[in-house]
Design a binder for this molecule. Structure first.
Ligand code: 5AD
Ligand code: FES
Length: 356
């Protein structure tokens, strides 16, 4: 039997076998992609769930070496949406029957911030008649804060581990950013009952295929409910830009990301897997391609237009000029092209979370 087929059929996802899967090229690669598509179809049918993404602030207390909105980047104009602007965007998502919202920001901490989010959560649920499931993506927080937000109606949380290799994590972050604190946060989130999402960047400087295989195993072992991952994309105003000659060509980083998505779909059949914006930044049809190999979540950006351009984690971020209306019609067409359909009005909770 063909090696790749055998690994997929026996589901023997050892580190060595994951490396082999990550190294596949056509035609073997097609075996992997076809298997992932079948698994997606079996578990989510031809549905793709929407999450309206609101990037409500680019103020960040952290200084990750790869990220365009890091604290030390003085070239970024900082913004913070008003409660009214956030509520308007949430109402828009409810009217368009998106089913769910993601509130994302740079990392801020403290009582005032915690309270602000709690108030927002309550107001959004009230003004949209509890029709939206809310995901938060606001970085590392204390256990009490996570608990308070859960009690106020956030049911999902995204916090990427970025890489499961601790020494690589060290190279990508300043001294005071701690891998173990990040992991602890993920366990706290799980403890309080969130559907927990994580993810990694693919094709980072110094990252190896073995690291990526380790990332897949880490996510499986942590037993995540949701994953968002995509290629690392350079940003000229960040320290990691100095290592730009060490990264794979963008096309290869993109291909590797597609394989990561497809493999994880086969490993974790019932999780929610996002077709990330970074996929589209790397390839014009990146999100469609991701859906075809197993992603079942699409996150249209509904941040008010003027601010979209200021939430630049990386360069060539797509759709910064689009209005939400343009975005919505574009999305239906794009998802339709993949042979899937948009699951309007559905929360699209992680099946994995409920089957645990
Ligand atoms: N390239 C790709 N992804 C990035 N992120 C941050 N900076 C970059 C970059 N330069 C991702 C991180 C973070 C998420 C919000 O965006 O994984 O967790
Ligand atoms: Fe903001 Fe990394 S730079 S969390």
């Amino acid at each position: 039997m063909n090696d790749i087929l055998e690994i997929l059929q026996t589901e023997n996802f050892s580190r060595e076998n994951l490396v082999r899967l990550l190294k596949t090229n056509p035609p073997d690669q097609e075996i992997l992609f076809a298997k992932a598509a079948r698994v997606k179809e079996l578990y989510s049918g031809n549905k793709v769930y929407l999450r309206g993404l609101i990037e409500f602030s680019n103020v960040c207390r952290k200084d990750c070496y790869y990220c365009g909105i890091r604290k030390s980047n003085q070239k970024v104009e900082r913004y913070n949406l008003t409660g009214r602007q956030i509520l308007d965007a949430a109402r828009y998502a409810a009217e368009k029957r998106f089913g769910s919202l993601v509130l994302q920001s740079g990392e801020s901490k403290g009582k005032a911030f915690t309270k602000r989010i709690s108030t927002l959560l309550k107001k959004i649920h009230q003004k949209t008649n509890n029709t939206l499931q809310i995901t938060l993506s606001c970085g590392e927080q204390t256990a009490e804060t996570y608990k308070e937000w859960f009690e106020n109606g956030a049911k999902r949380y995204l916090l990427r581990i970025e890489t499961s290799n601790q020494s690589l994590y060290r190279k990508l972050h300043p001294e005071n950013h701690s891998f173990s604190e990040r992991v602890n946060c993920l366990y706290d989130l799980k403890k309080y009952g969130y559907q927990v999402g994580t993810g990694v960047m693919i094709g980072l400087p110094f990252q190896t295929i073995v690291d990526l295989a380790g990332d897949l195993l880490w996510m499986q072992q942590f037993d995540v409910d949701m994953v968002g991952m995509g290629p690392y994309l350079e940003h000229a105003d960040t320290p990691l830009f100095a290592e730009r000659d060490r990264v794979l060509p963008l096309k290869d980083r993109f291909e590797l990301s597609l394989k990561m998505i497809a493999i994880l779909r086969v490993m974790m059949k019932d999780i929610n897997l996002a077709a990330s914006t970074a996929m589209q930044a790397a390839d014009k049809l990146g999100r469609e391609k991701a859906i075809k190999v197993g992603a079942n979540v699409f996150m249209p950006n509904i941040t008010p237009g003027v601010y979209r351009d200021q939430y630049k984690l990386y360069e060539n971020k797509p759709c910064t000029e689009e209005t939400p209306e343009d975005c919505l019609s574009c999305i239906s067409v794009r998802i339709g092209l993949t042979g899937n359909e948009v699951a309007l009005g559905e929360w699209g909770d992680s099946i994995h979370y409920y089957s645990r």
